[in-house]
Design a protein around this ligand. Structure first.
Ligand code: NAP
Length: 643
C-alpha cells in the first residue's frame, strides 16, 4: 500500500539534519538518552540530573524518569552531539567502576556486586557479552566430541551457537518441520509476545529491527531464523526427526539415542545431550467427558490451521490463560457467536505499547545514537525486574491486616479498578471477572481486548462448569447445552513434561520420569541431575526467571553448558555428573526461598501450572535474578564427579 508519510520518513532516515534530529528526539526516552549521551561525552551535568521514581501497576514496580526540568537540556545536548554524526566506534566502553556508577545513575540507586555483574551483561556493550571460551588452545579432544541438541527453538539455537563458537561438533534434532519451537507451534490468530520485544531477544544480536514493541509470532519466528542463519547453526538442524529415547551407556560413557525419521527408527551416539525441548511444547488436552461424541471441529490452539476462518461460525474457546485471552478478541471480530468458557478468572492487565509499531523516529534513535539501544534494553530490564518485589510476602504488612504486601495489594487495587472500568456497569459480569487470589500468584495475562470482547453482542462469558461435550456442543452443569460448530482448547501445556517426548534413562537404568515421580521434577540450577552425566536441560525445573528478559536466561544456560563441556575437555575428562550433595543442598535452598514467595500458596489450588501435583512451585526460580545469575554464570567442575 502506498503510504506517502512512510516514504517521506524513510528518505530522511540517514539524515543528521537539525530538523530530523529534533523530530526523533521528541520520541526519545530521555533517561535512556541521558545515559547514552553521558557514556559518549562524560558531561557532568548529565550525571547530576535528578531522577524520579514512578510507581507502576499500583506500586508493584517502578519506572525511572529524569525530572521534567532537565528535559530541554538533554535534548539540546543530544542535538549538539548528534549534529557531529557520532560513530559508535568513537564512543568508549567504560571501565567497570565507571560503568557501575553510570548504571546507578539510571535509577539513582546503587547496585550490589551481583546486580552489577548481571546488569553489565544485560547492558551488552561488548559484541558477544555471554559466551564460553577455551582457557588456552582448543584441545584436540574437542574433535572427538559429539553434542546432540534436542529442539530448534530459542534454547536449541542459543546452545548451538555456543558450540559453534567453540568449534565443538554438534547437531540439532527437531521434530517439527520448521525452526522456532513454541513460536512455530503456536500460530493461532494474534499470537505475540507479552513481554517487550526488547526483552525477548539475544544480547549478542544488536539492534534487531523489530517492527512492534510486542512482536507477533511471525516476527519472533523470523528473528529466530535470522539468528540461526547469521550465526551459522541453521544448517546443522535436522527437521522432522523425533528423539524418542536417550539411554546412558555406562560401559561406553556416552548417550545412545533413538530417533524416528520418516517412521523409521535410527540409532545415534552422543557424548553430550542438551534437552532444549521447551516448556510450552506439549499441548494439554482437558479431560472432559464426551470428546469422542462431539461431531464438530475440535482442536487445540497449537494445531491451528492458518487458514481457519471464524467468519459466521459458532465457536467455543475453553481456557482464558495468555493464549485464550489473546485469541478470543480476534475470533470474536468475525464469529457469529463466541462462547468463552472460563473456569477461573485471571488478572488480565493492560500493557503499554502493546500492538504499537516502532515508529521511524524511535528506529532513528536506535540506529544513530551510540548505545541508545543498549541503555534502552537495560532500562527495560531494570524496570521489569522490579516486578519481583511484588511476589514476596511482607509478614509485617500481613500482621497489620494487609493481604500480601504493599506492592502486591497495590497491584490488586489498580487491576481491580481496571476491570471495574471495563465491565463494572454489569455487576454479574464484574463478579465473574474478578479473581479472588493474589495477582502474580499465576502468570499475569495481558489484555488483548478481552473485556471489550466480552461486551460484544456475539460473545458470552460462560463460567458454569462444563459437564460434558455432546454431539452438537457443550453441556454445562446447569443442564444447558450451547451448540457450536468449533471447539478450541486453549487449555495450555503439559509443563511438567520437561523433556517430552524423549525418554531419558540414566546410570543404573533409572528413568528420569520415575525419578521425578516422587516429589516432582528437580534439578541442580534447573540444568543438571545426578545420575544423568553430560545431560543439560534448558528451561528445566524451577528455571524460569521471576521477571525480566527470558532470552537472556537461555543465553546464560547456553554459556554454562558450553563452558562446562569446554572445562571438562580441558581437564582431560569425558563425563561430568553433578554430585548428589550439591543437588540436595541447592534444592533445600530452593525450597526455603520458595516459602517466602506467593506462588505455591496464593493461586487457585490445582489450577496453576506453576504448581505441580505435589503442591510445589515447579516452574520459576525463587531466587532474585541477580542471585540466580551468580549461581549459573559459570560452571564449577568441583560440583561434579568428572571421569
Ligand atoms: P494456561 O495459562 O495454562 O491456561 C490454560 C487455560 O485452560 C486456563 O484458563 C485453564 O483454566 C483452562 N483449562 C485447563 N484445563 C481445563 C479444563 N479441564 N476445563 C476447563 N478449563 C480448563 O495456558 P496458556 O494460556 O496456553 O498459557 C501458558 C503459558 O504460555 C503462559 O502463561 C505464557 O507463559 C505462555 N504464553 C505466552 C504468550 C505470549 O507471550 N504472548 C501467549 C500465550 C502463552 P484454570 O485457570 O481454571 O486452570
Amino acid at each position: 500500500m502506498h503510504d506517502p508519510e512512510m516514504e517521506d520518513r524513510s528518505d530522511m532516515d540517514d539524515e543528521y539534519t537539525e530538523a530530523r534530529i529534533r523530530t526523533a528526539l521528541e520520541s526519545a526516552n530521555l533517561n535512556v538518552l541521558r545515559l547514552a549521551l553521558y557514556q559518549a561525552t562524560g558531561d557532568p551535568e548529565l550525571a547530576a540530573m535528578e531522577v524520579v521514581r514512578i510507581p507502576l501497576r499500583g506500586g508493584a514496580f517502578f519506572g525511572y524518569l529524569v525530572a521534567d526540568q532537565h528535559h530541554e537540556a538533554i535534548k539540546e545536548k543530544a542535538l549538539r552531539f548528534l549534529l557531529q554524526r557520532p560513530d559508535v566506534h568513537d564512543v568508549r566502553i567504560p571501565a567497570d567502576d565507571e560503568l557501575r556508577a553510570m548504571m546507578a545513575l539510571l535509577t539513582g540507586e546503587e547496585l550490589s556486586d551481583s546486580e552489577f555483574r548481571f546488569g553489565r551483561e544485560e547492558l551488552a556493550l561488548e559484541p558477544f557479552p555471554r559466551r564460553a571460551y577455551w582457557s588456552g588452545e582448543r584441545p584436540a579432544a574437542a574433535d572427538d566430541v559429539r553434542v546432540v541438541i534436542v529442539g530448534a527453538g530459542a534454547s536449541g539455537i542459543a546452545a548451538a551457537i555456543q558450540f559453534e563458537l567453540l568449534g565443538i561438533p554438534y547437531a540439532i534434532y527437531e521434530r517439527q518441520s520448521e525452526i522456532g519451537g513454541t513460536w512455530n507451534l503456536n500460530r493461532y490468530p494474534d499470537a505475540r509476545v507479552d513481554t517487550s520485544s526488547f526483552l525477548y531477544q539475544f544480547k549478542f544480536e544488536k539492534n534487531y529491527p523489530w517492527t512492534e514493541y510486542f512482536a507477533s509470532q511471525v516476527e519472533v519466528k523470523r528473528y529466530l531464523e535470522h539468528v540461526a542463519r547469521k550465526y551459522g547453526v541453521h544448517d546443522k538442524i535436522r527437521f522432522d526427526v523425533e528423539v524418542t529415547r536417550a539411554h546412558f551407556d555406562e560401559a561406553g560413557s556416552r548417550w545412545r539415542l533413538e530417533l524416528v525419521r520418516d517412521g523409521a527408527v535410527e540409532q545415534l551416539t552422543a557424548d553430550v545431550v542438551v534437552s532444549a525441548a521447551g516448556l510450552f511444547s506439549t499441548p494439554k488436552f482437558p479431560d472432559i467427558p464426551g470428546v469422542d461424541e462431539y461431531e464438530g471441529q475440535l482442536f487445540h490452539t497449537t494445531a491451528w490451521g492458518i487458514d481457519y476462518d471464524a467468519t459466521g461460525r459458532r465457536i467455543a474457546v475453553i481456557g482464558n490463560g495468555s493464549t485464550g485471552v489473546q485469541l478470543v478478541p480476534k475470533l470474536a471480530q468475525t464469529a457469529d457467536q463466541l462462547y468463552a468458557f472460563q473456569r477461573t478468572p485471571q488478572w488480565i492487565s493492560p500493557m503499554e505499547n502493546y500492538r504499537e509499531q516502532i515508529t521511524p523516529d524511535i528506529r532513528w534513535l536506535f540506529d544513530h545514537v551510540p548505545y541508545y539501544w543498549n541503555w534502552f534494553c537495560y532500562s527495560s530490564q531494570v524496570t521489569s525486574s522490579g516486578m519481583q518485589g511484588a511476589q514476596v510476602y511482607d509478614r509485617e504488612w500481613q500482621k497489620a491486616g494487609g493481604r500480601i504486601s504493599e506492592r502486591n495489594d497495590g497491584m490488586r487495587a489498580i487491576l481491580t479498578e481496571y476491570i471495574r472500568g471495563k465491565v463494572g456497569h454489569d455487576p454479574d459480569l464484574l463478579a465473574k471477572c474478578l479473581p479472588d487470589y493474589a495477582p502474580l500468584a499465576r502468570r499475569l495475562v495481558v489484555d488483548n481486548g478481552w473485556y471489550d470482547a466480552l461486551l460484544q453482542d456475539n460473545v458470552e462469558l460462560v463460567t458454569e462448569p462444563i459437564s460434558r461435550l455432546t454431539a452438537k456442543g457443550i453441556a454445562t452443569a446447569d443442564g444447558e447445552v450451547r451448540e457450536v460448530d468449533t471447539i478450541v482448547f486453549a487449555a495450555g501445556f503439559e509443563v511438567t513434561k520437561y523433556m517430552w517426548p524423549t525418554e531419558y534413562v540414566g546410570r543404573g537404568g533409572v528413568r528420569m520420569e520415575d525419578l521425578w515421580e516422587k516429589d516432582g521434577p528437580r534439578a541442580h540450577l534447573g540444568l543438571v541431575v545426578p545420575g544423568f552425566p553430560n545431560l543439560f536441560i534448558f528451561y528445566g525445573p524451577n528455571s524460569q526467571p521471576r521477571a525480566g528478559a527470558f532470552l537472556s536466561w537461555i543465553e546464560i544456560w547456553a554459556r554454562y553448558t558450553a563452558q562446562a563441556v569446554a572445562d571438562l575437555l580441558e581437564s582431560g575428562h569425558r563425563t561430568m555428573e553433578v554430585k548428589e550433595e550439591v543437588f540436595e543442598e541447592y534444592n533445600a535452598r530452593l525450597d526455603a526461598a520458595h516459602s517466602e514467595l506467593i506462588w505455591a500458596t496464593e493461586g487457585p489450588v490445582g489450577k496453576n501450572y506453576y504448581v505441580n501435583a505435589h503442591g510445589r512451585q515447579n516452574v520459576n526460580v525463587p531466587f532474585a535474578n541477580h542471585e540466580y545469575f551468580e549461581m549459573v554464570a559459570a560452571p564449577d567442575l568441583d560440583q561434579f564427579h568428572v571421569r
